[in-house]
Design a binder for this molecule. Structure first.
Ligand SMILES: *Cc1c(COP(=O)(O)O)cnc(C)c1O
Length: 424
């Protein structure tokens, strides 16, 4: 007990030192800053999850989610992080030893592949091997290459590959992928594999169309574009995915869709759902509906273009090297060879109370990530860019010019509400 008290004291003192005044700048690409309106909704009293009010809340949320995923099919909600929903997608549809084709776009694609392996699947991880002049893995700078998927599926005449799994917005690199092109590639090869997509960080920030793009399972989470705290995650389904779940033989109990779908018909769950996070989700869905999805997507494109203008003015490299697939959600900033990006990031955190995303896996120490999603606006992003510019200078990184000035020029020249071209 004594130890616990002294730990608590240390924590409190630390917090006071780090947050003297004002708000912490949470500019990581998830968890994203949560709007006060959502925090207030979450603070309401917890209700009976079997009581009469709850069913109405459940039905409202399930219908609202369909609009965000752009689907008429069911969406499952799990009281789990995105990783749980990754597992749910695989265990509901596949059997032990099934071959799965996955494309390497970065750290999150690699983690999903490792999870598949641990479940007893046989993932084949394709992409472009090797590193470029900046020392970055080639496959971590562009999106999924649908032609490579088509070529691989054409070789699989016996249809041993049961699913194609790709990441829509690769949060470790700041690159999106053309999911419609992946669907066309599967169809062009005449292959029956299921298409599963991780849009954990893309949903409700980058345009995403579950039905129009022919996706069988979309995996998503609460703490990125949906502007909620971490803690809930999703599987959006297709009829083909539901049919596959009837014969799939990987063990599943907690994650099984069937009992959840049956209870969801009246707005309830087979277990205790995350009641207060669902209040938050209800509020988030209202906010997205009030703004309209096209305006939400345009807002993120505009922020991303402003941040990229800053990175270019600094003379630093944007990790994504294909302008057609720049992420609207985050930007990966590559630092010159020899600079420890994590040291710069830590200095920025200590000096300016600004959190930036770390370089993950194979790009650790080479880059940092600026998140531009959630409850942001021009001025919060300007503050974040100021923190970056000061931190880069203090770290002795030679900058070509002022990114802050470039971003100010961008934001003042492009009024909010005007749509910037995706590739700017
Ligand atoms: C955040 C994220 C995950 C992991 O989600 P958790 O909620 O941390 O389990 C997986 N994939 C992508 C693309 C992500 O951005």
């Amino acid at each position: 007990m004594q130890n616990f008290d002294s730990d608590l004291d240390t924590l409190t003192t630390m917090k006071l030192d780090q947050h003297p005044t004002g708000r912490h700048f949470l500019q990581i690409p998830g968890p994203s800053p949560v709007p006060d309106r959502i925090l207030r909704a979450i603070s309401l009293p917890t209700i009976d999850h079997r009581g009469p009010e709850f069913g109405a809340l459940g039905l409202k949320i399930l219908a609202g989610l369909q609009q965000v995923f752009q689907t008429v099919h069911p969406v499952i909600i799990y009281p789990a992080s995105g990783t749980g929903a990754w597992e749910a997608a695989l265990v509901n549809t596949l059997s032990p030893g099934d071959a799965v084709l996955m494309f390497e776009t970065g750290h999150f694609a690699a983690l999903w592949q490792r999870l598949a392996l641990r479940l007893g699947l046989v993932p084949e991880f394709i992409g472009n091997a090797g590193r470029d002049a900046a020392g970055l893995p080639l496959s971590w700078r562009h999106g999924v290459q649908a032609d490579q998927i088509e070529a691989r599926l054409r070789l699989d005449a016996g249809h041993t590959i049961k699913a194609v799994c790709v990441v829509h917005n690769e949060t470790s690199t700041g690159v999106t992928s053309d999911i419609a092109a992946v669907r066309r590639a599967i169809d062009a090869a005449g292959h029956p594999a299921l298409l599963m997509v991780d849009s954990i960080s893309g949903l409700a920030s980058a345009d995403y169309r579950h039905d129009a793009w022919g996706v069988d399972v979309t995996v998503s989470g609460s703490q990125k574009g949906l502007m909620l705290p971490p803690g809930i995650s999703f599987n959006a389904l297709s009829s083909k995915a539901i049919a596959a779940s009837k014969t799939a033989r990987l063990p599943k109990a907690f994650w099984a869709w069937d009992e959840i779908l049956a209870m969801n018909a009246t707005g309830y769950w087979p277990y205790t759902p995350s009641t207060n996070l669902l209040y938050g989700l209800s509020e988030a869905l209202d906010m997205l509906q009030e703004t309209g999805l096209p305006a939400v997507f345009a807002r993120h494109q505009r922020w991303a273009a402003g941040v990229r203008a800053a990175v270019r003015a600094w003379g630093l490299e944007i990790q994504c090297n294909d302008p057609a697939v720049y992420s609207p959600v985050l930007t990966g900033v590559v630092l010159p060879v020899g600079v420890d990006a994590d040291a710069v990031r830590k200095l920025i955190h200590e000096r300016f109370d600004l959190s930036l995303g770390t370089g993950l896996g194979q790009v650790k120490g080479r880059m940092f990530r600026i998140g531009h999603l959630g409850d942001c606006n021009d001025l919060t992003l300007m503050a974040a860019l100021c923190g970056c510019e000061m931190g880069l200078k203090l770290s002795g990184v030679a900058l070509a010019g002022s990114g802050v000035t470039a971003a100010m020029d961008h934001f003042s020249a492009h009024a909010a509400g005007a749509v910037s071209p995706a590739s700017a």
